[in-house]
Unconditional design. Sequence first.
Length: 231
Amino acid sequence: MKHRLAVLVSGRGTNLQAIIDAVARGSLEMEIVGVFSDRPEPYAFRRARERSIPVVFVDPAGCPDRQEYDAALAREVSSFQADTIALAGFMRVLTPVFLNAFQGKIVNIHPALLPAFPGLEGQRQAIDRGVHYSGCTVHFVDAGVDAGPIILQSVVPVYQSDTPEALAKRILAKEHLTYPAALQLLAEGRLSLEGRRVIINWEGRIPLQPGDCVLEWLKIKDIIKGVPVCD
Ligand code: GRF
């Protein structure tokens, strides 16, 4: 049976679109069972509806506090029997009420090379700090903010002339490949945890030279095969 994926969004949903497209291409062997939001009508819902994926708005106004909201959200997500929950621009920090309901099953994408620059505006933080490289990170979600075990990262250069918007665009292009690739590794059962480390079983894929991000990028491209990529 196909791995069942729930996606949580708050906004435009370009990562959701990348996931939808990867599923349609057959490079991500998951079924997207539902798209959930804390906003009534995010653009991401339009992307889901176009593919007849159910959308669910869970209204924060109906809940007195974050715990109650997370309990309501967990009830909705549970009813779709998801194996994995992908946060894709979901703008709420989840409490243990939600995290404990789906322990080890929640993943997120962040627009920086964690553990650097967690929280909001990772791209602006990178520019302000003067780093020469940034990128994106797909990670398991734990109780910290952008703090869980790292699954995949992709690197981009940061130029002196960069604005947060220009850097965000460069990073986003990598996000759209890295997120589906990380989810596919999950679907293939290739991920295991050793302490805070995610160990990836690359057997049968391009062998990784440890620490070589260029090769890791090739592997990501291999997983999401079929997309024209410009580095
Ligand atoms: C992305 O930059 C992602 O890394 C961050 O939120 C943004 C969501 O963008 N967590 P989109 O809604 O997927 O276009």
